[in-house]
Design a protein around this ligand. Structure first.
Ligand SMILES: Nc1ncnc2c1ncn2[C@@H]1O[C@H](COP(=O)(O)OP(=O)(O)O)[C@@H](O)[C@H]1O
Ligand SMILES: [Mg+2]
Length: 220
C-alpha cells in the first residue's frame, strides 16, 4: 500500500507544526512503522531536530529536506510513496509559499495546529481557505485542527475553544497542553518518550493524537 500522507500546515509560525510532525512521526516510527518526515520549511527545523539525536540513527523516523522543491514538492513526495507507511509534511509558515498548496493536493489528512488565542484563530482563516480550495480538487482530503499549547485552566482558552468548534474544520479530541517536555524533546532531538516519567502526560497526549490520526485512515 502506498504511504498515507499527513500535511501539517498553518501560515502562522510558532503554532507547533514542527513539534507535531516530529512527535507524531516519531511516535508512529517507534511503533514499527516506516515513517518519513518531509522538511518542507527552508528554516530546516525538523532536519536539525533529528540531527540533534544522540546518534544519527536514533530518531525513529527519516527526515528528508525538500524545501527547495517549492511548488513541485508533491512530485518529490510521490517518489517516496512505496518506501514508507506514513509521510508527514512539515510546512513552512510563509503565507506566500507554494508548498502547503502543493502538498495538500496529494494529502490524505491535513492537520492545522492552533494555539487557542484570538490572534491565532484569526490567522488560521487563511489556512482554512487553502484547505477548502485543495478539497475542491483533492476530494478525499480530511482536515483536522489540533489544539496546541493549551492551558485548560484559563477562561480565554475556554472561550476560544468554543469558537473553534464552529470554525469549519473539526478538532481532534486529543489536545496538546503547554509543557516543557515539548521544548526539551526538541533540544535532545527525540520524542517526549525519551524523557522518562516526568513527561508521562505529554507521552499520553501525543500517543492519543497519533492514534486519532491513524483512525482517520480507516474512514476511506
Ligand atoms: N505544546 C507545547 N508546549 C510547549 N512548547 C511548545 C509546544 N508546542 C511547541 N512548543 C515550542 O514552541 C516553539 C514553536 O513550535 P514549532 O513546532 O517550532 O512551531 P512551528 O513549526 O509551527 O513554527 C518551539 O520552541 C517548540 O518547542
Ligand atoms: Mg516549523
Amino acid at each position: 500500500m502506498p504511504a498515507k500522507i499527513v500535511v501539517i500546515a498553518n501560515q502562522k509560525g510558532g503554532c507547533g507544526k514542527t513539534t507535531i510532525a516530529m512527535q507524531v512521526g516519531g511516535t508512529l516510527g517507534r511503533a514499527g512503522n516506516r515513517v518519513l518526515i518531509v522538511d518542507a520549511d527552508p528554516q530546516g527545523t525538523a532536519t536539525r531536530w533529528a540531527a540533534s539525536a544522540a546518534d544519527e540513527s536514533s530518531f525513529p523516523a527519516h527526515v528528508a529536506g525538500l524545501a527547495a522543491a517549492g511548488g513541485k514538492v508533491h512530485r518529490e513526495i510521490k517518489k517516496y510513496l512505496d518506501s514508507y507507511d506514513y509521510i508527514l509534511v512539515d510546512c513552512p509558515p510563509a503565507v506566500d509559499s507554494p508548498v502547503p498548496q502543493s502538498a495538500l493536493l496529494i494529502a490524505d489528512v491535513a492537520l492545522v495546529p492552533i494555539i487557542p488565542s484570538p490572534a491565532d484563530l484569526w490567522a488560521a482563516t487563511g489556512t482554512r481557505g487553502l484547505i477548502e480550495r485543495a478539497g475542491d480538487i483533492n476530494t478525499a482530503l480530511q482536515a483536522r485542527m489540533v489544539v496546541n499549547m493549551l492551558q485548560s485552566n484559563t477562561s480565554m482558552s475556554k472561550e476560544v475553544l468554543e469558537v473553534l468548534e464552529d470554525f469549519g474544520i473539526p478538532l481532534t479530541l486529543a489536545k496538546l497542553h503547554l509543557r516543557t517536555a515539548y521544548r526539551q524533546a526538541a533540544v535532545f532531538g527525540g520524542t517526549v518518550h525519551d524523557l522518562g516519567r516526568e513527561a508521562a502526560k505529554a507521552v499520553q497526549e501525543v500517543e492519543a493524537l497519533a492514534h486519532e490520526i491513524l483512525s482517520l485512515f480507516k474512514n476511506n
